[in-house]
Write a new protein. Sequence first.
Lengths: 266, 223
Amino acid sequence: MSYYPLSYFDVALAAALILINAIVSIALRLRMERSLFLASVRTTVQLLLVGFVLQWVFAVDQWYVVVAMLLVMTLVAGYTAAARNERRFAGMWISTLLSMGISSWIITAYALLVVLRGIDQWYQPQYAIPLMGMVLGNTLNGISVGLGTLTSELALRRGEIDGALTLGATRYEAALPILRQAIRLGMTPIINSMMVVGLVSLPGMMTGQLLSGTSPIEAVKYQIMIMFLVASATALGTVGVVALSYLHLFSGDHQFLFYALQKKKA
Amino acid sequence: MLLEVNHISRRDRRTQEQLLEGISLAVTGGERVALRGRSGSGKSLLLRAIALLDPLDQGTVTWRGENVSGTAVPEFRSRVVYLPQQALVAEDTVEEALQRPFLYRSNRTKTFDAAQTLERLKQLGRSHSFLEKQTSDLSGGEKQITALLRALAIGPTVLLLDEATSALDIETTLAAEGLIDSWQRGKIDERACVWVSHDTAQSERVAQRTLHIEAGRLQGETS
C-alpha cells in the first residue's frame, strides 16, 4: 500500500469547499460570513502551528522536550476542564489539575512503558504525544462532566444534604448519592462510545492510520488499546476530581460549605 | 450540664456581615427554651450553629462538658437534632424517609420502632396509610410531620425546633406540641428542647424561659 502526500495545492483544493458554506450563508442571509472566515483561518493557522511545533519536537527527539510538551498539554486540558464549570470554589483549579495530571500521566506511562515496551525509547514523540493527547482529550470530558454534576447537584440539593447531616450522617454519608451520580455521569460518555465504536463511526486515530497505509487489523489493535487507555484514565480522573472537590466542599466537622460554592461571574 | 455554647461568633464569608456575635448559652436536661427575635436576627443561624451545621469563626459547643468537633460531630447531631422550617424529604415514600437515618453509622445501634411511630402518627391525626405516601405529594405541613416523626424516631436528647410546626393547622400544632412534650417527659432529667417560633402564643405554651436575640447578639432573658 502506498501513501499519497498532500501538496499545499491539494490542501487548497479542499479548502475551496468553504465556498459552499459561504454560498449557503449569503443566499439564506445567515450572516455567518465573518465567523466562517475566522473559523477557516483559525483551523489553518492553528493546525499549521501545531504541525511546526510537532515537527520540531520530533526532530529534536529529547526526553525533556517531549515531557515539556506533555506538561503544556496537561495544563491546557486541566484549565479547559475547570474553566467550563458554572460554579467556582476555593480549590477547584488545583483539584482539576491534579486529577487531570495524575490520571493521564499514570495511564500514558502504563501505555508507553508496559503496553508498548518494545518501542525504542519511552519518550518517542511519535507515541507519547498522540497517546497523551487522546487520553487528555477524553479525560477532560469526564472531569468536566463530573465536576459540573457535582457542583450543580450540591447547590441544588443543599436541603437534602443538610437534612442528612442534621440526623447524624457523616459528610460522606450525606454526599454519597451525589458523588455517585457525578462519577457515573462522568464515565457514561466513554462507555457509550465503547458500545458503538466502529458501528456508528470510525475513530479519528484509526482513520488516520488507515489513510497512512496501515493495515486495518493493525489500526484496529491500536484503536482497541486507545479505548481502554481512555476509559481507565477517564475513570481515574473523574473519581479524582469528585473526591478532591468533595474534600474542599465539606469540612472535617462534617459541614457542607455551601457558601464556598459560588456562581461563575458572567 | 447538657449543652453549652461558649462565645460563638460567625461572619458571612462573602459580605463580612456579623451574623452571630459572642453568644453563650447553656441548656440543662428538662429545659424548654424559646428563642425569639425579628426576622433576620439570627435565630435560625444560632440553632444551626448549636448543631454545628456551619463553620464558626470563634467559640465552641460542648456536650456533657466535652468539646464537640471532628469525628464526634455526626454522633452529636444524632443526639442534638435540628429541625428546619422547610423540612426536606428526599426519599420516595414517608416510610423510607423515616427509616433513612438508621442507615447512618451514628444511629447504627438504634432500631426503628415502627409501633411507636404509628402511635405518634395517630396522635397527629394521621393513619397508617400516611407511611405509604409519596414524599413528592406531601404538603408543607405533611413534610413537617414527617420531619418531626423522623427526628423523634432516632431518640434525640435535644430538639432544636426552627419554626418546625409553622405549616400545621392549630389542632395538629397542639398535637405536635403534645408529642414533643411526651417525648421529653419520657426522660425528663435528660431531654431538652429549644424552640424558635414567630407565634407568641406557642412560645408561651411550650417554653419555661425565653431568650431574645437581636442582630446576632443575645439581648437577655425572660421567664
